[in-house]
Design a protein around this ligand. Sequence first.
Ligand code: NAD
Ligand code: LMR
Length: 327
Amino acid sequence: MKSPIKVAVTGAAGQIGYALLPRIASGAMFGPDQPVILQLIEVPFEKAMKALEGVAMELDDCAFPLLSGMVLTDDPKVGFADANWSLLVGARPRGPGMERADLLKENGKIFTAQGAIIDEVAAEDARVAVVGNPANTNCMIAASKARRLTPDRFTAMVRLDQNRAQSQLAKKAGVATTDVTDIFIYGNHSPSMFPAFAHAKISGKPAREVINDDAWLMGPFCEIVGKRGAAIIAARGASSAASAASSLVDHVRSLFTPGSIHSVAVKSNGHYGFDPEVWAGLPVKTTSPGAFEVITGFEMCEFAKSKIAATNKELVEERTMVADMLG
Ligand code: NAD
Ligand code: LMR
């Protein structure tokens, strides 16, 4: 039997947490023979901790063979102790009419504290995945507080955007989602993100040739993917939760699986013309569990370059807005 992976999850009693925890405990994230210990972190209010107890009761009632233990806490030092993976979900979601950047000042401070505590108490091999919005900039804030853990340990989720793009291309071409490959997200988890359709393939052929509708790809396709989060809030009255949880399972599973090629927001280090200090969605290849290299060398046309410049500009503006929280 393998020794358990310790997975800390913030916002564990929230909407995403409710959809996420059974997937982790069932083995969907780390594999069918990998036990896990869930370290569940909530805010120090009776209502939140009571709700968390209820979630834990339900996890008990699932009798998951791989769930080796649970910790329920409102103390991040306890919750992140020795964690191999820290999934930072807990933050306020946006409501109708808001952009994700509107959450920056309020949510950003959560990540200053959590970045420092993870750096202090998490495991030697600690990896962090940020979901709470605005995810790229919150991830940058958390990473800026770390002295022990290097910036590559901190990733933010753009996998939901990749999955959305994959699904839209499949629908348009009338094929299964599994026929669509090589669609990667560049930039911010915001409407400015760029789903680079020119590199996507459908059943191994360029998606552009199969779809044969550049006007749709450059216009409605980018718009639908970029504004999908707002469309879900408008329809559901609450922000995406099941798809966000499922995409976080994909994000971590792909980062855990050597050879996987996928989109992750990472410190750009200047790749594809991004400011070196921002966390931008980029295509990566997992090299060993939790480690990756950015896939370089995709040719960008003028349209793609202008989209990347726009999303980079927004990331730099967000960084300026939180300058007082960095370092
Ligand atoms: P929710 O309001 O249902 O749950 C959030 C939970 O986080 C609450 O239980 C709250 O008590 C808890 N929380 C708040 N601050 C915390 C802290 N400092 N420590 C621990 N727990 C804390 O929200 P949700 O629908 O689960 O969404 C959570 C976040 O994820 C939001 O910011 C949302 O915008 C974001 N999100 C991101 C993506 C993405 O693709 N990156 C997708 C969907 C949602
Ligand atoms: C999403 O993309 O669904 C989430 O980031 C929630 C939101 O605010 O759009």
